[in-house]
Design a protein around this ligand. Sequence first.
Ligand SMILES: Nc1nc2c(ncn2[C@@H]2O[C@H](COP(=O)(O)OP(=O)(O)OP(=O)(O)O)[C@@H](O)[C@H]2O)c(=O)[nH]1
Ligand SMILES: [Mg+2]
Length: 359
Amino acid sequence: MQLGIAGLPRAGKTTVFNALAKARVQVGTFSSAQTEPNRAVVKVPDPRVDTLAAMFKPKSIKPAEVQFVDVAGVASGAGLEGSAAILAHLRTVDALLIVAAAYEDPTTEQVCADLTSIQDEFTLADLDVIERRLDRLDREVRMARGTDVERQVKARELELLRRLKQGLDDGTPARALGLGADDEKLLRGYALLTAKPAMGIVNIGDDPRAGERLVADLKARGCLQSIEAQAIAGRLEMELAELDPDEAKEFMEAMGVSQLSAGSVIDASYRLLDLISFLTAGADEVRAWTIRRGATAVDAAGVIHSDLARGFIRAEVVTYEDLVDANSFAEARKRGKLRSEGKTYVVQDGDVLNILFNV
Ligand SMILES: Nc1nc2c(ncn2[C@@H]2O[C@H](COP(=O)(O)OP(=O)(O)OP(=O)(O)O)[C@@H](O)[C@H]2O)c(=O)[nH]1
Ligand SMILES: [Mg+2]
């Protein structure tokens, strides 16, 4: 999963990136000339992986991973050409973390204006994509070439794009239009920015309580529209991320910070993207895998390896809790907790899977 960090210039994106990913990219260097994003992979904190690792003592332990992508600032009114490279990077990520500066001027008006103006840039960029496609599609539909089925698909796409355009013209992002799964599939190739799940990150100064008030205020004023938001003391957390764990703990207690934000941002991203984790465990490896909620046992097999999906026979499934209670697969089986499931079984968060397959 890739999470893109977006925002106006100097919002504190790189600072937040360093805080979330424990990275050490220089901040304040005004990176807008830099076209390549900063990238960092972070292991998803998951106590279940640690517990299973203690149980199985495997050769390797692999938590799920998230990649943070920190791009240069999108200047308000820079025009689509000025921001094209940055927006192109953002189109490839799975979800957007929209950073707004509140460390210098933490008024609700200012933060609201910043959050709005970056989202306006996304709206304009999406409108540009849609209008161009609409022109062509409109002509194609009128010429009525191709088979019946092809014409029907094009007519549906045309209708969908008109609805999107109307929405965007009215300031409604694609994600708030209540699109169905079929529509989303049709739109996948467009990689619309306003269709991506998004979360506001309010980059506050060093007082965590001020952040909560600010986020509540933004919500009350209807500034967040279709996204949720979280406050992060960016610079403070960046500095904490540079310390060794014991030192960091001491500082956190002194500053009244109960938890670093990386965990809660990743949790929120899983929620936004409707992702769950399943686990595999054995003497070789304990590993967490990420999958969409609603995915089946054969989908899960495919995430592990395409051979497992192709030769899928069945999945042995035990919940994480039952496995920990039983303390081994053999005991879980004896207790009747190890179920045998077919291809269409819907995987649940925390399922521990063993896929049986033909080679
Ligand atoms: N006091 C304070 N300063 C901050 C905070 N976050 C960022 N800054 C400062 O704001 C400036 C810009 O921070 P960056 O993290 O580089 O901002 P950015 O959004 O990545 O900037 P561009 O990539 O150039 O658009 C730096 O001088 C930071 O030290 C904060 O929470 N508190
Ligand atoms: Mg930066």
